[in-house]
Design a protein around this ligand. Structure first.
Ligand code: AMP
Length: 345
């Protein structure tokens, strides 16, 4: 399905230094890719004993862009690949691969995501990446993967990210089938806190789903992907993005949307955590899923507690204005029952 993102009022000039052009002149000999970054990483290369045990707030965190000066005039570091030891591959996404990495001077353990400029250009997602970087660089929340910085060379763009040691929520959910109610309630409380933070900063995520969530070494949920996020409000119509399963009625119907889209997706996520599959999934195809979303054809299995079913129903409301607010999600009896302090889940 062709997707188009709306224009948003984000300051992207600073990110022009990403320069995703074929004839980029920004490469210096010192930031040429090393052999270790090649997609086929050898076992020896991938096993550099990078451990994530001690990871104090690093110097890396104070230097969040690859340009020489931020808007506030702070000096920043020009990161390059040779500043890092690269370790095992962490996974492959649609437009790149992530590797475990360690910044050499501070021994700070992080993840580095590598994307090819040619691929970004071919798929016309340079603007989307700029927006993602711009938004994520400014976010500081325990349930949001931190983006410490970025750099690029002739062929590739590199993002320096917080390392989430337990990896993808999607895989964990798949291996377990579903989460218990206390587990799900804890994750939903963490998600709610992260969304409340985003909405306060006028950022709408728009692509909440288990594939975009990671878990840290201590089991904390981390929102990882801001590829579809925008600064609110967004009035552009007919913006279809993300997986159909998680889209709210107003988006599948091409209407204006606001941050209430994330409330809907939170309801879908809660259902999927407890059941193992999303509520409007229809194996006969996306047209059928679309119809089920537009009708809010919600069938909650008997195995789900009444309190959880109540929260899901209150989030999956056709009318965005009628969806339970994030404040009230944290006060909901199902969350209160399972999460001692939902504001610090
Ligand atoms: P992405 O291109 O962002 O979808 O990343 C591809 C895969 O790499 C993900 O599905 C994760 O398994 C892994 N990954 C990406 N970022 C991180 C991170 N910050 N920490 C740990 N694993 C990650």
């Amino acid at each position: 399905m062709p997707v188009r993102l709306p224009d948003v009022s984000v300051v992207v000039n600073q990110l022009k230094s990403l320069n995703i052009e074929k004839n980029s002149t920004t490469t210096s000999s010192s930031n040429k890719p090393t052999a270790a970054i090649q997609p086929k990483i050898t076992k020896k290369q991938s096993n550099k004993n990078i451990k994530a045990t001690k990871n104090p707030e690093p110097a890396i965190a104070k230097t969040s862009t690859a340009s020489n000066q931020t808007n506030s005039g702070e000096a920043t570091v020009n990161w390059k690949l040779s500043d890092f030891d690269l370790g095992k591959p962490l996974g492959k996404g649609k437009f790149g691969r992530a590797y475990l990495a360690r910044e050499k001077k501070s021994s700070f353990v992080c993840a580095i995501k590598v994307m090819y400029k040619d691929e970004l250009k071919e798929n016309k997602i340079e603007k989307q990446l700029r927006r993602e970087v711009e938004i994520q660089t400014h976010l500081r929340h325990p349930n949001i993967v931190r983006l410490y910085g970025y750099f690029h060379d002739e062929k590739r763009v590199y993002l320096i990210l917080e390392y989430a040691a337990q990896g993808e929520m999607y895989k964990i959910l798949q291996s377990k089938g579903q989460f218990t109610e206390p587990e799900a309630a804890n994750y939903i409380a963490q998600m709610t806190n992260a969304l409340a933070y985003l909405h306060k900063k006028h950022v709408i995520h728009r692509d909440i789903k288990p594939e975009n969530l990671l878990l840290s070494a201590d089991g904390k949920l981390k929102i990882a992907d801001f590829g579809w996020s925008v600064h609110a409000p967004t009035s552009r119509r007919k913006t279809l993005c993300g997986t159909l399963d998680y889209l709210p009625p107003e988006m599948v119907e091409g209407k204006d949307h606001n941050n209430a889209v994330d409330l809907w997706s939170l309801g879908v996520l809660c259902f999927e955590f407890l059941v193992g599959s999303p509520p409007f999934e229809d194996l006969s195809g996306s047209a059928a899923t679309y119809r089920r979303i537009a009708k809010v054809d919600l069938q909650i299995p008997e195995t789900i507690s009444k309190e959880a079913a109540d929260l899901i129903t209150k989030l999956l409301q056709y009318n965005p204005l009628e969806r339970l607010s994030l404040d009230l999600v944290l006060e909901h009896p199902w969350i209160r029952k399972h999460v001692p302090d939902p504001y610090k889940a």
